[in-house]
Design a protein around this ligand. Structure first.
Ligand code: PGA
Length: 256
C-alpha cells in the first residue's frame, strides 16, 4: 500500500525568506527520521532554493504550487516543471481552486499535468465543487474536472498522480465557508475512485486520493480514519509548525 501523505500548501506565505526558513526548520526539527508518512511542503517558488538544504535530511520533500506546461522559452512570468525539478521540488500542486479563480482551466491543467510527469514531478491534482446543490450536480462537475484534466494521461503514469479532493466551500479562504464532514468526503472519494477505475482500470488503485479544506489538528483523525483518504492537503494549519506536526503525528499513529 502506498504511504500516507501530508502536504502543506503555504500559498503566498510567509512574507520573507527568513520566516519561511524558520517555519520550515521548526517543522523538520520535530519530524521523526523514521516517519512512515510522506511529508511535503509547498512554499512559494522563491523559497525553494533556500529550503533545499534544510530538506536534505530526507524527512521532508519540497513541492511547488503551480508549474507551466512548456519546458523553456518565451513565457514571461512562468516557471517550468524542469526548473522546479532542478530546484529540488518533487511535487507540484495543479488546478488549485485559487488558481482556477484566476483563469486556470481543465485544459491548461491537463497540459501542466503531462509536462510535470515528463519532468519527473508528482502532480497533485486538485478537484472539487464550489457548492453542494440539492440536484447533486457537483458529482458531474468533479467527473468533468477529472476527465478533462486527466485526458490523454497514460495508464502507466497514473500511479504517480495524487488527487486532492478540495470542496471549495470548505477551504479556509472561502467567504462564509462551512465545515465539510468526513461523510461528505467519503461520499466523494468513493465517487472519484469509481471514475478513476472506469478510466484507468486496476492501475487506478495505486493512485492516492487526499482531502483538503481547512483540515486541521482537530479533524485530521476523523478525515483520515473515516473519510476514505490517503492523506491531507493542509493550507492554513501548515503555517503553524505545532499544528502541522500534530497532523503528521496523527497520521503516523493511524499508520501503525
Ligand atoms: P486550507 O487550504 O486548509 O487553508 O483550507 C487548503 C488548500 O486550499 O489547499
Amino acid at each position: 500500500m502506498a504511504k500516507k501523505i501530508i502536504i502543506g500548501n503555504w500559498k503566498m506565505n510567509p512574507v520573507s525568506s527568513k520566516d519561511a526558513e524558520k517555519l520550515f526548520i521548526s517543522i523538520v526539527k520535530f519530524l521523526n527520521r523514521k516517519t512512515r508518512t510522506e511529508v511535503v511542503i509547498c512554499p512559494p517558488f522563491l523559497y525553494l532554493e533556500n529550503l533545499k538544504s534544510s530538506s536534505r535530511t530526507k524527512k521532508i520533500s519540497l513541492g511547488a504550487q503551480d508549474a507551466f506546461w512548456a519546458e523553456i522559452g518565451a513565457f514571461t512570468g512562468e516557471v517550468s516543471p524542469d526548473m522546479l525539478y532542478n530546484f529540488s521540488a518533487r511535487y507540484v500542486i495543479l488546478g488549485h481552486s485559487e488558481r482556477r479563480t484566476l483563469g486556470e482551466t481543465n485544459e491548461t491543467v491537463n497540459k501542466k499535468i503531462k509536462a510535470a510527469l515528463s519532468a519527473g514531478l508528482i502532480p497533485v491534482l486538485c478537484v472539487g465543487e464550489s457548492v453542494r446543490d440539492e440536484s447533486h450536480d457537483y458529482f458531474d462537475l468533479v467527473k468533468t474536472q477529472l476527465g478533462e484534466c486527466l485526458s490523454g494521461v497514460k495508464k502507466t503514469s497514473v500511479a504517480k498522480i495524487i488527487i486532492a479532493y478540495e470542496p471549495v466551500w470548505a477551504i479556509s479562504s472561502t467567504i462564509n465557508r462551512k465545515d465539510a464532514t468526513s461523510a461528505d468526503c467519503l461520499e466523494m472519494i468513493i465517487f472519484i475512485r469509481k471514475i478513476l477505475s472506469d478510466k484507468f482500470g486496476s492501475e487506478s488503485k495505486k493512485m492516492r486520493i487526499i482531502y483538503g479544506g481547512s483540515a486541521n489538528e482537530k479533524d485530521a483523525e476523523d478525515f483520515l480514519r473515516n473519510g476514505g483518504v490517503d492523506g491531507l492537503l493542509v493550507g492554513r494549519a501548515s503555517l503553524d509548525a505545532k499544528k502541522f506536526i500534530e497532523i503528521v503525528k496523527i497520521c503516523e499513529a493511524l499508520n501503525k
